[in-house]
Design a binder for this molecule. Structure first.
Ligand code: SF4
Ligand code: SF4
Length: 442
């Protein structure tokens, strides 16, 4: 249990955030949450094993890609042609059906490489597992997206969502030739068919101006008669154990961390100011503020004392989330290669994930943003690599946490100090007069 002290600038009051129970206290040690219920705080727990009743599965179809993005470790081939149908796909589906309860699945993600290069396999898998209530997720670099895909997705019973990896103003530098202007009719058809898509940029050293990213996509959508879509940002991290020059040159580090924090602070403030605005030209909705690990959901979980687990953000340590490759191997996650094979679909009961370090050897224990960051990537990277990721994660999530507190206290809030002591009285009656006209996020 560790407390961090914050100051509400508007009133001069101090409050404390305690990371183990995700709770707020005043200076007297009284809990600030109105309806704290410790039962509700029982957390989904991490697991190194895998269940035969998964809710989510991710299927890695292969690592072929037609692009060569600067920070991607899967630089395989550059051949833009669809791959022939994999002879293993049918066998894999049968093994899947024999070994897991496919009727209990809520979400199936299909991953590459460039996922749509595996279209014959996608048709096979979707055709066999599709049903009402299932959500499909397909990440793509977008260059391969065609109307034949839209027509097929529209014919399915499940809901299809597509994440288009595109870096906006940094795209040509970081990923490759611009192509969005060639895809306007396909994107329109996706929206007409009710297939949701988002743009998913990576926040990296060369591309962290969130306003420029927003404007790029907002202008593209507006100028081409497309409805607004969500921006799903991915914070660029290093996953390469060797801390190679390529990895290091893409993660925000050094003096850029403060510059990025300043931009993120302004970006989150603008979202907060726009919450109740009905005006035009609002920023696109984003996972940094509106959903996912953003400020608004974080404020809601604090206010309503909803459980927020310590498990990883990507879910590799959930027993009901499993990543498979098309050969039936369980992998740590969709981004890992053959060094992270953990067992097979036929013997899920034997799986005990190896090569992960969920606690980071206690490094994160006193961190005030541990409920947001959740100790970064669960893979057991070298300390130097982990620490490099930690520095940008800390800056990133601190701004999101401050933005959440500002929503709750309706004032600018600043972090005073981490790892301080107070005499908490967790059983005391809730205090109702502390909160300063909170926005009461719903
Ligand atoms: S373990 Fe999670 S965070 Fe790490 S590379 Fe895999 S999906 Fe990404
Ligand atoms: S990696 Fe850093 S920012 Fe993330 S929880 Fe650990 S200490 Fe906090």
């Amino acid at each position: 249990m560790s407390f961090a002290q914050f100051k509400v600038i508007g009133t001069g009051e101090y409050f404390y955030y305690e990371n183990a129970n995700h709770a707020l206290f005043n200076s007297d040690g009284d809990r600030l949450n109105f309806e704290f219920d410790s039962e509700k705080m029982s957390l989904p727990t991490s697991s190194l094993g895998k269940s035969k009743n998964p809710k989510t599965i991710k299927i890695v179809l292969g690592h072929a890609c037609n692009y060569s993005c600067g920070y991607c470790v899967q630089k395989d081939i550059g051949n833009a042609n669809e791959r022939a149908k994999n002879a293993n796909t049918q066998v894999f589906i049968q093994r899947l059906k024999q070994n897991i309860n496919v009727s209990g699945l809520e979400r199936v993600e299909l991953w590459g490489g460039e996922t749509l290069l595996y279209w014959p396999d996608i048709i096979e898998i979707m055709g066999q597992l599709d049903r009402v209530g299932l959500t499909w997720y397909i990440p793509t670099n977008g260059t391969t997206l065609m109307n034949k895909h839209v027509d097929f997705f529209a014919s399915l019973k499940g809901k299809v969502t597509i994440g288009i990896s595109h870096d906006g103003p940094g795209h040509v530098l970081l990923r490759g030739p611009e192509f969005l202007h060639k895809k306007i009719d396909v994107l329109k058809n996706l929206q007409k068919a009710g297939v949701q898509f988002s743009f998913n940029p990576v926040i990296s050293l060369y591309n962290y101006d969130l306003f420029a990213l927003n404007d790029f996509f907002a202008n593209f959508l507006k100028e081409n008669g497309l409805a607004p879509v969500n921006l799903v940002f991915e914070l660029g991290r290093v996953y390469d154990k060797t801390l190679s020059k390529n990895s290091y040159s893409h993660i925000i580090h050094g003096e850029h961390i403060q510059k990025y924090s300043d931009i993120l602070k302004r970006y989150l403030k603008r979202h907060k100011d726009e919450l109740r605005s009905t005006g035009e030209n609002k920023l696109l909705r984003t996972n940094l503020f509106h959903f996912g690990n953003g400020a608004l959901p974080y404020a809601v979980t604090l206010k309503q004392q909803r459980p927020v687990s310590f498990r990883s953000n990507c879910g590799v340590d959930l027993d009901d989330l499993i990543s498979f490759d098309i050969n039936g191997n369980v992998r740590t996650c969709q981004n890992t290669g053959n060094g992270h094979l953990q067992g097979t679909v036929d013997a899920l009961e034997k799986i005990q994930l190896k090569g992960v370090n969920l606690t980071k050897d206690g490094f994160c224990e006193n961190c005030s943003v541990s409920r947001l960051c959740k100790s970064s990537c669960p893979i057991d990277l070298s300390f130097d690599v982990f620490h490099l990721n930690h520095l940008i994660e800390k800056a990133h999530y601190t701004e999101i946490q401050l933005s959440a507190f500002e929503l709750m206290f309706n004032s600018v809030v600043e972090l005073v100090e981490e790892n301080v002591s107070i005499h908490s009285r967790p059983q005391a009656a809730p205090v109702n007069d502390f909160q300063q006209s909170p926005i009461a996020p719903t």
